[in-house]
Structures are given as structure tokens and as C-alpha cells.
Write a protein that binds this ligand. Structure first.
Ligand code: C5P
Length: 233
């Protein structure tokens, strides 16, 4: 299975995003398009980034009634993204409905991934705000198992949980891990973080890196540093 570094392009418009991607000549990075960019630039941004030769993780984190998720996933699948996601908190039936939507595509379907707990959520805020009183590692493993039961391809989780998820759900169940920071970098609002090197050692399949690359003085150098640390290239 291909491991890779995915850049979170959290920009507020197509122009900024395409100008940023123009910096990358030799190696076309895997790109994550999230809510901010999708809502500001519209669905066409997915087609434009794909046309430039990038793989796309369309990170819209769907969470709604199963019927709405099924139909929305079918629409998003037609945009040509390589990875789509939804919240495991929507229950197994919602995840199954999402997979049905994705499978309506003729030919290769995108990977469908579940969000467990956001990496900005720590155990204290999960217990206090959501009244989920179990340890966060148990909650993530349980949500991961639910995603596997629903037939999904993997989960988004903290790199701190990647190893446990592989032990629970199997080594082929994908772990996509944000919350990545360089040893010498700012943490920002992320609470549970790891370096690219540590994420590789922990068994992450894909790392998602935003500000450490997009806000770097030299984004290409920061990206290549991530690739080197994570993939050993
Ligand atoms: O800038 P930074 O590296 O913190 O960006 C992380 C990206 O990963 C953001 O786009 C954020 O929305 C996303 N993400 C996350 N935690 C999750 C799921 C997605 O940080 N559990």
C-alpha cells in the first residue's frame, strides 16, 4: 500500500491554492481539500487540482442522516476525488449508507475513511463536553472497529493511535494521521501531535500536514523535509 504525505490546503480560494501548488514542480503532492476551500471555491476546485496531476483527499467530514449521506457521497464521488470521509460518530448505518453512495460509481471508487475523534479534542474535553467517559484510546478503537464493520477503508486518527488501530482492525486498514508537527515547530491548536519521523515509526499510512508546510517560509523545502522524514526518501 502506498504511504504518502498529504498537504492540507486550507486556503480560502482557488487562486491562492493554485498559486501555492504552482510552487511544486518535480513531485506533485497529494492534496487535501477541506471545508474552507471547498465552500469558497466550489466543486470545480477538485477537478482543477486533479487536472494538474495531484491526487485529492476531499475532506468534508459528512455527518447527517444515512439517506442524505448516501446521496451526497454519490455526488462527491463523481468529482473524481481519491479519498472521501465522514464522521464515525454518525453510527454504522450512516457509514454503510456513505459506502453505498461511493459504490454507485462505475469503475474504481475512492477510498472512504471515517473520522474518529478530531485531533483537537483531548480526553478531558471529550469527557467534559461530550459526556463520553471512556479513555480516548478506547473510543478511537471502538469507532475504528465500527468503520471496519461498515466496510470502510480506514480512519483518520492521531498518529498516537495508529498502532493500536492496526492491531485492532488489521494492518491493511488505513490510518490517515493529522496533528503532525516538526520537532522544532509550533503546535498551534493541535493537542495530540507527532513528528513525521515518529508517525512513520508509529505505522501511519498517510500523514496530513497543513500549516507546517503552507505557512513555512519555503513550503517546498518543508514538504520535502516531511517526505524525507516520513517516507525516508
Ligand atoms: O495545519 P494543520 O497541520 O494542523 O492541519 C491539519 C489538517 O487536518 C486540517 O485541515 C484539519 O482540518 C485536519 N484534521 C485534523 N484532525 C482530524 C481530522 C482532520 O486536524 N482529526
Amino acid at each position: 500500500m502506498a504511504k504518502d504525505v498529504i498537504i492540507a490546503c486550507d486556503f480560502d480560494g482557488a487562486e491562492k491554492t493554485l498559486a501555492f501548488l504552482d510552487l511544486f514542480n518535480d513531485r506533485k503532492p497529494f492534496v487535501k481539500i477541506g471545508m474552507e476551500l471547498f465552500y469558497s471555491a466550489g466543486p470545480d476546485i477538485v477537478r482543477k487540482v486533479k487536472e494538474r496531476g495531484h491526487k485529492v483527499f476531499l475532506d468534508l467530514k459528512l455527518h447527517d442522516i444515512p439517506n442524505t449521506v448516501r446521496k451526497s457521497m454519490a455526488v462527491l464521488t463523481n468529482l473524481g476525488a481519491d479519498i472521501l470521509d465522514l464522521h464515525a460518530g454518525g453510527t454504522i448505518s450512516m457509514m454503510k449508507a456513505g459506502l453505498e453512495g461511493v459504490c454507485q460509481r462505475v469503475g474504481a471508487r475512492p477510498l472512504l475513511i471515517a473520522i474518529t475523534q478530531l485531533t483537537s479534542t483531548d480526553e478531558e474535553s471529550m469527557q467534559r463536553d461530550l459526556l463520553i467517559e471512556r479513555p480516548i484510546a478506547d473510543v478511537v478503537s471502538h469507532y475504528a472497529l465500527n468503520a471496519k464493520i461498515a466496510g470502510l477503508d480506514g480512519i483518520v486518527c492521531s498518529p498516537l493511535e495508529a498502532d493500536k488501530v492496526h492491531k485492532t482492525c488489521g494492518k491493511d486498514f488505513l490510518t490517515i494521521t493529522p496533528g503532525i508537527r516538526f520537532e522544532d515547530g509550533e503546535k498551534g491548536d493541535q493537542k495530540r501531535v507527532m513528528t513525521p519521523t515518529a508517525a512513520r515509526q508509529a505505522g501511519s499510512d498517510y500523514i496530513v500536514v497543513g500549516r507546517p508546510i503552507t505557512a513555512a517560509e519555503d513550503p517546498v523545502a518543508a514538504y520535502l523535509r516531511c517526505v524525507k522524514e516520513f517516507l525516508g526518501e
